[in-house]
Design a protein around this ligand. Sequence first.
Ligand SMILES: *Cc1c(COP(=O)(O)O)cnc(C)c1O
Length: 496
Amino acid sequence: MEPIATEMRKIEETLDPADWDMLRDVARRVVDDAVDYTRDVRKRPLWQNMPPAARARFRTPAPQDGRPLSAVYDDLVKNMLPYPMGNIHPRFWMWYMGSSNFTGALGDFLAAILGSNLGGGDHAAAEIDKQVVNWLKEMIGYPATASGNLVSGGSMANLIGLTVARNQMSGIDLRELGVGALKAPLRFYGSDQIHSCHQIAVEAMGLGNRALRRVPSDEACRMDVAALRGAIAKDRVAGLKPACVIATAGTVNTGAIDDLEAIADLCADEGLWLHVDGCIGALLAIAPGGKALVRGIARADSIALDPHKWLHAPFEVGCALVRDARAHHGSFALTPAYLENAPRGIASGEWLHDFGLQTSRGFRALKVWMALEEHGVAKFGRLIDQDLAHARYLAERIAATPDLRLLAPVTINIVCFRYDPGGLSELELKRLNTEIMVRMQETGVAAVSDTTVRGSHCLRAAIANHRTTRTELDVLIDHVTAHGKALLAAPVLDGP
Ligand SMILES: *Cc1c(COP(=O)(O)O)cnc(C)c1O
């Protein structure tokens, strides 16, 4: 026996430290630095280009041998922390993101410490996962009997809703037979402002991009409901099978909200599935000032929403909700022999993986749960109203500033505008505004993105940021106009 025990001592290893006090010291440093980093975010440039040395650090081969954790952390302090994307900064308004929150970060840390797998089972993390889904249903007025699944983000949440829609509307056992057995090609409808993830979804679902009809939008960038009705009728005549309308509550381009009540009525008339992409706007339902904008959202058969946007959860967390829990479960449930339920114990709980595509699932609920417990739903609602007020303020400042023009109506918190001193061609305006955008990023001052609305290129500020104040928006106005003036006098615009 003796020689085996000696041999075991030699080869048994663990990832736990030999010295727990060393670990405590490094962990304390990480937490202390993290608090300072968050507190001092205003003092740092929003973004800075990574110097070649920092970049090179992350292009080395995998280390075969380790080194002390404190050295690993020092490396990150030097080469990573100064070079973030910038979206926790008060002047970040690109694309559409939340601005994170420290409590959520603690949630991610604790979730990882616990290490639980949210594929399902009977344990506390599974209870919290289900509670967060129930809270999100409650927050948007969705029935308690609906099902839901926390996923990586809005794109996955939309894919889940659309997959259930496809399966339910196919009229065949689609899981068994596949799309090749469809009696008539399915058609989905969204406005021409629909998010790109829906095209990826219909492609991944085997329906092809053509299955997604882009219905024209009106002057306010909302889906033209009469055109929608016409497109459905035309497809029926052509022998296609209209299946699902995707209404957007808050388009990514301009924040437009489709007429949810009218579209729900139409879906009821036509016997179509209504999916609402509420990645931006569903949570308006908790904002006293904003909630009227999404009246009717709870009539949807499925909804995608995104706590990593207007609940400011650290990435990633989205949520798919489906009114008919059986249809949802029926689209994804599968129990192989190695995942059978046990009468008691860890495997006796519900299988949460039966409501989506993942088997192993992270404990992404905790960061949402902790922030909601700490601040309450009402505060998140007020913060959404604050973003709406900030967008109106920015729009007023733009309207009152010579050489700045608003390019789209401001419905929620997205403001499309450009520097336009008059007399420039569309191409020149695009070059000018792109250069303004890039210079503001390169100087670390402010981050807006750009888009094209009805043929006009513009800058776009999406204010989903609990750190933004009016002063920050004044800085944006000042810098756009200053860069615009300076660039007009400079030859840089004479490029190719
Ligand atoms: C952000 C967004 C998505 C995609 O969500 P992700 O969380 O980025 O995957 C889908 N639809 C709309 C309207 C969005 O704004």
